[in-house]
Design a protein. Structure first.
Length: 312
């Protein structure tokens, strides 16, 4: 098979042996695979694949058709359309997916859109609801809302009945996000727009300590992205006075059991939103596999709204 391959800090398409499914696994012919910030970090050598995942083939989410199954597979069969989070290897013509983290693709989504769903909607749903406990009527602020996770979080918060605000640096993207019915803000406007019950941090250190200033008592801050910096100085009195809960999250290193639980929650609570039309996948650009280097360059330039997706 052909796959995007990282070697010495560069990415190009190379030939690899076809993977073979083991017990409980699916062999998926990949039709589309979304790009994510973790892929950019892996390219730079900062985020190696965990044990068991292909060390040089990036890709944390995919959509495709099952072409073979390992022993013991019960839920899916050859020919089914599925999408899934994976620990790596998603950006190739074939990929291995454990059936416990696979989800059926709703009829309303084509492969390109489905390829941009698993990583970002699982991340956003887990952070907002499983960890932050966002509830109806609460005020949610999403920093860096133009990216894949940000767009997922904005929509999920709105669908859940929260009052959503979003910071976006690019003015054009900010205008587009405002059409979703949320309060779209420039990055320097969010403190005055508060207080917020939940803040989803997708930018990183520059938004602290202002996040604490903008937070309501008993508020929660979830750190999901640190693209603009990881180091900051905090006054712990701010946490104490407002009884703040601060948490961080990553998905890649989680156990199969943890990923399976997260996937089932998304299947129950998120996939119906695509059927009803409450949720959409915003695809900023698509690239064929042979243009993977250009796709990575486009991702790193920024200023996009939604997902960059590789099509196989």
């Amino acid at each position: 098979m052909r796959a995007a391959t990282i070697s010495d800090g560069t990415i190009a398409v190379q030939e690899h042996p076809d993977p073979e499914p083991q017990a409980g696994e699916l062999l998926v012919r990949v039709h589309a695979a979304g790009l994510n910030g973790a892929d950019m970090m892996q390219l730079k050598g900062f985020y190696p694949a965990p044990p068991g995942a292909p060390p040089d083939i990036p890709g944390l989410e995919l959509a495709g058709e099952i072409v073979a199954t390992g022993d013991g597979v019960r839920r899916f069969e050859v020919g089914d359309r599925v999408m899934a989070i994976v620990a790596g290897g998603g950006q190739g013509e074939l990929a291995i997916v454990h059936e416990r983290v696979a989800m059926p693709i709703p009829e309303e989504l084509d492969y390109t859109a489905a390829g941009g769903v698993p990583e970002v909607f699982c991340t956003a749903h887990d952070a907002l609801f499983t960890q932050a406990g966002l509830t109806v009527g609460e005020r949610l602020l999403v920093h860096g809302a133009a990216g894949g996770v940000g767009m997922a979080a904005v929509q999920l918060g709105t669908m859940a009945g929260a009052r959503v605000s979003a910071t976006v640096r690019n003015e054009h993207c900010r205008e587009q996000i405002a059409t979703l019915g949320v309060n779209a803000l420039a990055p320097d406007e969010f403190v005055e727009a508060g207080p917020f019950d939940v803040i989803l941090e997708l930018v990183g250190a520059p938004n602290f300590p202002a996040n604490f200033e903008a937070l309501a008592p008993l508020g929660r801050i979830g750190v999901v992205g640190i693209s603009a910096g990881a180091q900051t100085e905090l006054d712990l009195r701010a946490l104490m006075y407002k009884r703040v809960r601060l948490f961080g999250t990553v998905m890649r290193a989680r156990s199969l059991e943890a990923k399976a639980m997260m996937t089932r929650a998304v299947e129950r609570s998120v996939l119906p939103g695509f059927v009803s039309g409450d949720l959409s996948v915003f695809v900023a650009a698509t690239y064929p596999l042979d243009d993977v280097a250009a796709a990575y360059e486009r991702f790193q330039v920024g200023g996009k709204l939604g997902k960059i997706v590789l099509e196989m």
